[in-house]
Write a protein that binds this ligand. Sequence first.
Ligand code: SAH
Ligand code: DHB
Ligand code: MG
Length: 225
Amino acid sequence: MPRRPDQDTFDAVDAFVESTLFAMPDPALEAAQADADAAGLPQIQVTPPQSRLLEILIRAIGAQRILEFGTLAGYSTIAMARCLPEEGLLTTLEFDPAHAEVAWTNIERAGVADLVDLRVGAALETLPLLASEGCGPFDFVFIDADKVNTPAYFAWALDRTRPGGMIFADNVVRGGGIADPDGSEDEVAQRTFHEYLAEEPRVSATTIQTVAAKGYDGFTLSVVL
Ligand code: SAH
Ligand code: DHB
Ligand code: MG
């Protein structure tokens, strides 16, 4: 047993978990990832164990309305959408049209296209349109787009998430950067996010550090009171 776990250890543990809990073939997600890699998209999607956590939370609260910031190739989108009932809807926001195109092919092949509304554009520009359409209320929100806007996305989503609903903000720890007051703009935004949460009585929130094949990071999970 290593006493000083490092990235090799994190990789080995994720490989072990994937070889046991994820031994069953998952053609939809495997094909989605293969297409994403073939198209040269950044490999920053949630890992299989992380996507399973999203699925577990969504099933646990019986979510029917989901909002996602940051589609990329649709890996997390597919994982979440397939937990929805027939009448469910996942709205996912993606800035990059090339990402959205790969994602839509993946979403259709996975058989969840009827459950997914993919909007292309900068999320902050799409949100007023969603509001004017009377979107929500949402049961589950996954914030995983441009990290500097996490606080803004959270504030918008909170007004439209039902009590008992959850908001999951990914990549808040950023290799420990959140602990550095002189960190990058993305890192300082996670500090701002936490200072905002400290003053927000409508949620109960916690931040969990994670290690994984994709490195050291973490997420903030909030439940709406
Ligand atoms: N949720 C995905 C990963 C998302 S990666 C998964 O786990 O499978 C982050 C994505 O956010 C990228 O595709 C990037 O193009 C997108 N993005 C960046 N800025 C954005 C913005 N302003 N609005 C919407 N999406 C944005
Ligand atoms: C980045 C984005 C992600 O969604 C992620 O999980 C890891 C890294 C990034 O933009 O660096
Ligand atoms: Mg992420």
